[in-house]
Design a protein around this ligand. Structure first.
Ligand code: WT7
Length: 648
């Protein structure tokens, strides 16, 4: 019997780019994409060298790639500065007074920063960093609300060659301390507080707790956002606005080697200790810039909104580095999508005339649950392109997005990538690649993606296996900070000579990639291996189901039994009869093999702060084990308690 992952559900709907859209796109047909992609794989160095002309270089590189597996150096000998690429290069032309960031706070304040203004703010803050001891190579923690200062602080670090590590504002003091200790940070940038669902989040207080017993951090710079009374530790803490009075707005960007570290971003490994993913300057920036250009098909007058937080890689690549280096107008919104009401996003789209919207499937499912009436209240006709990222989007959510937000007119780019890949890897080009609901479609230029079996052999059409990348690419992670052995082990030891993504996938007859879930989560039922995505998609396809997660529980007979955790749509009572109906529904859609053995209704699913379901915890709960390992990344700890209660 094959150990490959099986496919039971084939989605057949195809959405071709409209002629109008294709006409104005950089890549206007599938044939053109195919030609360019093939050429990029045939001569990668030539391809990447050509693309690198999009960046502003202080000194041109000598060698495109120095590859000593698994360690890559890109554009060796070159020098540049990411902050200069995002700011200074726009100041000489018509973009000088163009809005770089349009920001709205959760309580409703509005700010617009032009490129000239943003440049000035970044220079001021870079000087503040220097005045407070930050030097090239030092690690700086940024723990701020979703306000322009988060981008300003990142770009200020990049300007002087300090390495930023942004920690999402929802993380606790323990998570902050772990990260500070791991990277040996010397400086922390934070705020008194931020806002979330009308409440203040006391960031500075969390930092104070995190720093107890920490010796590396010499300075904490505090931005005043909420006007709270906070503890200021003499000799350690300073106010951003006070410091600004002592410095000038003149801070030339330093020329940095291509491989100078740009940032460390922690991603929660499934086993516990977070991994500090290290990205460097030139390759990362290039990946972010060219995907922004081709995938968002960016036009000079777009108003572009990525709803992710700056604390995730999505925010790094597609709020800050990609769009700003491209001279785009970026919208930033601080708060929750349902504050004060479930139409906040649509209000914002209408008010600012957003043209490109990039969000996550988990958000789309929440909008579906809240009801179609909320987007209907607003004029969304400014939108021209939609995107998703973060997890497989179930076809039902895709269609809802297409109809209710995109008015059946906007292409949807379902972009597959990872913190580690730095930039989009598998994604439609909106004017060229026909979309199918639920697939990220085809690899981006220069990306050699494949699906292999346990022996590392490429599998045939519709056979599931491990998703790997066979060639290095510029925006790949360089290592796990301080842990080369773990870097090798986690990414380069599973399949010989390839980068292992950790994801399971299959390719259909058109070569499209369908992510079926994480390899570690694949179910093994009576000798059949099933990905989680397909079963979950079938579950949420039932009218009464809002969200679902499936995990395997050890079972003597079948190897694993399928346990489905299900949240119902508002007002639907959880009954035994309904559970039975839902089981049957999955059986009908996929086949008897995937029929959950058990349905557990729950009010909410345990998710990370970025909206990913933590199946590892559900596995433990489903098999009656104690929940162990890192739970600090959990969005709402009470969910865990409730799930466990249901267990008794
Ligand atoms: C994992 C990476 C990359 C930004 C946000 C997440 C899953 C991501 C898709 C997609 C199917 C997706 C994968 C991947 N994932 N995008 N379009 N379709 N799955 O970054 O936290 O590093 O997570 O998210 O499983 O490996 P991340």
């Amino acid at each position: 019997m094959s150990s490959n992952i099986e496919t039971h559900q084939i989605e057949t709907r195809v959405f071709k780019p409209s002629k109008d859209f294709s006409k104005t796109s950089l890549v206007g047909s599938l044939a053109e994409y195919k030609k360019l992609h093939a050429a990029s794989l045939k001569a990668p160095a030539k391809f990447w060298a050509g693309q690198a002309a999009d960046l502003f270089w202080r000194k041109k590189w000598k060698t495109v790639l120095d590859w000593k597996p698994p360690f890559a150096k890109w554009f060796v000998g070159g020098q540049l500065n990411a902050s200069e690429n995002c700011l200074d290069r726009h100041l000489d032309g018509p973009r000088r007074n163009k809005a770089a960031i349009i920001w709205e706070g959760e309580p409703g304040e509005k700010r617009v920063l032009t490129y000239q203004q943003l440049h000035r703010e970044v220079c001021v803050f870079a000087n503040i960093l220097k005045r407070n001891g930050a030097k090239k190579g030092d690690r700086v923690i940024i723990y701020l609300p979703h306000i322009p200062e988060a981008a300003i602080a990142m770009l200020a670090c990049a300007r002087i060659g300090a390495v930023h590590s942004v920690i999402f504002g929802g993380f606790s003091s323990t998570s902050i301390r772990d990260r500070i200790e791991d990277c040996g940070a010397t400086l922390v940038v934070t705020a008194d507080a931020g806002y979330r669902r009308g409440q203040t989040v006391t960031l500075k207080q969390n930092v104070d707790q995190a720093l107890e017993g920490v010796t590396t951090v010499k300075r904490v710079i505090v931005f005043r956002r909420a006007g709270l009374d906070i503890h200021i530790q003499e000799g350690r803490d300073v106010w951003w606005h006070r410091e600004a009075e002592y410095v000038s707005a003149d801070c030339p960007a330093v020329a940095l080697d291509s491989e100078h570290p740009l940032f460390i971003l922690y991603t929660s490994g499934s086993t516990g200790k977070p991994k500090g993913i290290l990205h460097t300057t030139a390759g990362y920036l290039l990946g972010a810039v060219i995907t922004t250009k081709y995938v968002f098909d960016l036009k000079e007058n777009d108003t572009y909104w990525c709803t992710a937080d700056i604390g995730w890689i999505t925010g790094h690549s597609y709020i800050v580095y990609g769009p700003l280096a491209s001279g785009a107008t970026v919208l930033m919104y601080e708060g929750a999508p349902n504050w004060p009401q479930p139409d906040r996003f649509w209000k914002i789209v209408a008010e600012y005339g957003v043209t490109i919207l990039y969000t996550a499937p988990t958000a789309i499912r929440a909008f579906m649950k809240w009801g179609d009436e909320w987007p209907k209240k607003h004029d969304l006709s400014s939108l021209r392109l939609l995107g998703t990222v973060g997890e497989p989007i179930n076809p039902e959510a895709w269609i809802w997005y297409h109809k209710n937000i995109g008015a059946e007119r906007c292409p949807i780019v379902d972009t597959w990538w990872q913190t580690e890949t730095g930039a989009m890897m598998i994604t439609p080009l909106p004017g060229a690649i026909p979309a199918k609901p639920g697939t990220a479609t085809l690899p981006f230029f220069g990306i050699d993606a494949a699906i292999v079996d346990d022996k590392g052999q490429e599998v045939g059409p519709n056979e599931g296996g491990k998703l790997v990348i066979r060639k290095p690419w510029p925006s790949m992670l360089r290592t796990i900070y301080g842990d080369k052995a773990r870097y090798k082990q986690a990414y380069w030891s599973e399949v010989k000579g390839c980068y292992f993504t950790g994801d399971g996938a299959r390719r259909d007859k058109d070569g499209y990639f369908w992510i079926v879930g994480r390899i570690d989560d694949v179910l093994n039922v009576a000798g059949h291996r099933l990905g989680t995505a397909e079963v979950e998609s079938a579950l949420v396809g039932h009218d009464d189901v809002a969200e679902a997660a499936v995990v395997g529980r050890p079972d003597e007979m079948k190897g694993q039994a399928v346990v489905a955790f299900v949240t119902l749509r508002n007002g639907i009572p959880a009954t035994k009869e309904l559970a039975e109906k839902i089981r049957k529904h999955v059986g009908n859609v996929i086949g008897p093999i995937a029929k959950p053995d058990e349905i557990r209704f729950t009010e909410a699913l345990p998710k990370t702060r970025s909206g990913k379901i933590m199946r590892r915890l559900l596995k433990q709960i489903a098999s009656g084990q104690a929940v162990t390992g890192d739970t600090t990344t959990l969005e709402d700890l009470s969910v865990l308690a409730k799930l466990k209660q249901g267990d008794e």
